[in-house]
Design a protein around this ligand. Structure first.
Ligand SMILES: NC(=O)c1ccc[n+]([C@@H]2O[C@H](COP(=O)([O-])OP(=O)(O)OC[C@H]3O[C@@H](n4cnc5c(N)ncnc54)[C@H](OP(=O)(O)O)[C@@H]3O)[C@@H](O)[C@H]2O)c1
Length: 171
């Protein structure tokens, strides 16, 4: 298995969600998420997006599985019905071993991010830093000293919220 990336939006306190949902509505960041996870491979390679069962539950029926990506859902529940197009697995490691014709992304939530950041094959973090503290009930760990910011976009403001898209890589 080759390396994988994490994609996340986090506030200043590394908060990522509240009441089972995102704590903000940032269409520009959602568009970025869609673009980076879908990719644009002319050969038609499909990326795998790995998510915890609670994150899967947050996606409205009409948007799931996430289009043009192979959705891989991690749950302890072996009877969970994720439909014919998606794959159910029971650990992060198993999720990362699901065959993939493109790239692999871990897309949340807090439990999966915590495990992913500790994984030796986690190579890239795409972190959208959202200014402010949104009083989130779900957080991710701050990346350890093994990761360094490699690229930082200019700040963007939407609906009074400012955010910056960054790319972190392993040292
Ligand atoms: N800001 C962002 O970029 C972003 C992205 C995604 C999600 N979120 C937010 O994050 C929150 C959800 O995160 P969360 O931490 O509560 O849940 P989560 O990580 O999405 O899912 C947790 C579930 O995944 C399964 N799971 C996790 N680790 C496992 C393991 N090692 N083995 C087997 N199963 C495992 C379990 O499912 P079972 O209970 O079925 O066994 C567990 O209850 C929501 O508020 C969501 O909106 C934010």
């Amino acid at each position: 298995m080759s390396g994988f990336a994490v994609v996340v939006a986090a506030d200043a306190a590394w908060g990522i969600g509240k009441d089972g949902d995102l704590a903000w509505n940032l269409p520009g960041d959602m568009a970025w998420f869609r673009k980076v996870t879908t990719g644009a491979d002319p050969q038609g390679a499909r990326n795998n997006v790995v998510m915890g069962r609670k994150t899967w539950d947050t996606i409205p029926d009409r948007f799931r599985p996430l289009a043009r990506r192979h959705n891989v859902i991690v749950s302890r529940n072996r009877a969970l019905d994720v439909g014919d197009e998606s794959t159910l697995v029971h650990s992060l490691q198993e999720a990362l071993e699901v065959p993939c014709s493109g790239e692999r992304f871990v897309i949340g939530g807090g439990m999966l991010y915590a495990e992913a950041l500790e994984h030796p094959d986690c190579e890239v973090l795409y972190i959208t830093h959202v200014d402010g503290d949104f009083d989130c009930d779900t957080r991710m760990p701050a990346p350890g000293p093994g990761f360094v910011v490699a690229h930082e976009e200019e700040p963007v403001s939407e609906s009074g919220i400012t955010y910056r898209i960054t790319t972190w890589r392993r040292r």
